[in-house]
Design a protein around this ligand. Structure first.
Ligand code: ADP
Length: 394
């Protein structure tokens, strides 16, 4: 059974075609600069990557070009070979607590939430509309990045601000990266062969989110109303005092959008190091003794450890800590430094095991009071798995 998994960000669309029988990627690629000049797409197939510069005026073009290319490359013999399409939706608001089949109402709801996730929800709703128009008989499913976080209790998702802000405008914690945390949670359940455990899942990529999970349900998560809050990230500040915003607006003569842009794109590891938001580059520079990169890296480690500490208390202990995403899966040094800060909780990692990257591996020692795993995340597969599940249960 072949399932297509779609995600978008602004003018870019990413696709993965999975063979669900063995959970393998048949092909994947991206459409870039959709509706702009110099648009192009890439497609990887049989260890070859094809790039073609072609006019992509809108999402109808994306669907038509994609289907044509899949046919020409003999990946499918007709569009009927695609048994389902899953769309990764960044924001599902309070309404969507699980994945759903797409209809006009769902597409409209996703579009209406664009205000909360401007780069993502509008583009994915446009993609949904085009796929639905061109493939009206193919089952399509929306998988929400916020859905897994919908088990968070009111006390944890409300901000300590006037309650009307929540009642009138939906100002609350939504949390993001739920698709990744859900995948990790399911993997831990398979590894432990049970579903009653306390887990702290650390998704550390360019963006980052730490979640506290108990008995397969999210108790709290570091990102909030938007993906700007929580731990320090590649270019995002994470939690800061909001009074900084009007102060810096006055001092630098910026408007609120410009300050938010600074907090999203010029802060975090990049902002403090004044060098890069890319952890690999930061670590290389740390080795050369660059004090600003060392300070930024140390603060990143501290920020993740702080959240783990906070969630250790919230959960009343923890059975498993998981590292995932670009930094979590690949950086031996960052994992080691975070775990060193957790020694007071009885966390002990085996430095040889910690050298393993890019595969599921337990890096804690037998004496460790907490099991620590590296689990590569598979967000696109998770979207396809949810889509398959809904189709099979129909
Ligand atoms: P995104 O949030 O864009 O999906 P990724 O999960 O791909 O991000 O993570 C990207 C981050 O992972 C970058 O900061 C990158 O430098 C970091 N990263 C990838 N490989 C390594 C590595 N070997 N060592 C340290 N950092 C790494």
């Amino acid at each position: 059974m072949k399932i297509l998994s779609i995600s978008t960000r602004s003018d870019e669309l990413e696709f993965y075609l999975f063979e669900m029988d063995n959970s393998t990627i048949v092909t994947k690629g991206t459409f870039s600069r959709i509706s702009l000049e110099d648009s192009y797409y890439t497609i990887s197939f049989n260890s070859e990557k094809i790039t073609e510069h072609i006019i992509v005026k809108n999402y109808d073009d994306v669907v038509n070009i994609l289907l044509d290319k899949l046919n020409v490359l003999n990946i499918i013999s007709s569009s009927f070979d695609i048994k389902g399409i899953g769309f990764r939706v960044v924001h599902g608001g309070s309404k969507y607590t699980e994945s759903v089949f797409i209809n006009d109402k769902v597409i409209q709801d996703v579009n209406d939430l664009s205000e909360f996730a401007p780069l993502y929800n509008d583009s994915i709703s446009m993609a949904m509309r085009s796929f639905k128009k061109i493939l009206p008989d193919t089952p399509m499913v929306a998988v929400f990045d916020t859905a897994f976080n919908q088990t968070i209790a009111e006390e944890n998702y409300l901000y300590p601000v006037p309650l009307d802000w929540y009642e009138k405008y939906g100002i609350r914690k939504y949390g993001f990266y739920g698709t990744s945390h859900k995948y990790v949670t399911q993997k831990v359940s398979e590894l432990l062969d049970r579903d009653n455990f306390k887990l702290i899942s650390c998704h550390l990529g360019n963006g980052g989110s730490v979640s506290a999970i108990e008995n397969m349900k999210v108790v709290d998560t570091s990102m909030g109303f938007t993906p700007l809050s929580g731990i320090m990230m590649g270019t995002r500040s994470g939690d800061i005092d909001p009074s900084i915003i009007p102060y810096i607006m006055k001092k630098e003569g910026l408007n609120v959008g410009e300050v938010l842009d600074e907090l999203n794109n010029n802060s975090g590891v990049y902002g403090l190091s004044q060098y890069s938001g890319d952890m690999r580059e930061i670590l290389e520079e740390c080795d050369k003794g660059n004090v600003k990169t060392i300070m930024a890296k140390n603060k990143f480690v501290r920020s993740v450890a702080d959240y783990i500490g906070k969630y250790y208390v919230l959960l009343g202990g923890v059975d498993v800590i998981v590292f995932t995403a670009g930094i979590g899966e690949n950086s031996v040094q960052i994992r080691r430094e975070i775990c060193e800060k957790l020694a007071c909780f009885g966390v002990k990692i085996d430095l040889d095991l910690n050298n393993n990257c890019g595969e599921i591996v337990k890096i804690s020692t037998n004496k460790s009071k907490v099991q620590v795993y590296v689990i590569p995340t598979e967000e696109e597969l998770m979207v396809a798995l949810d889509t398959e599940k809904l189709i099979k249960n129909r």
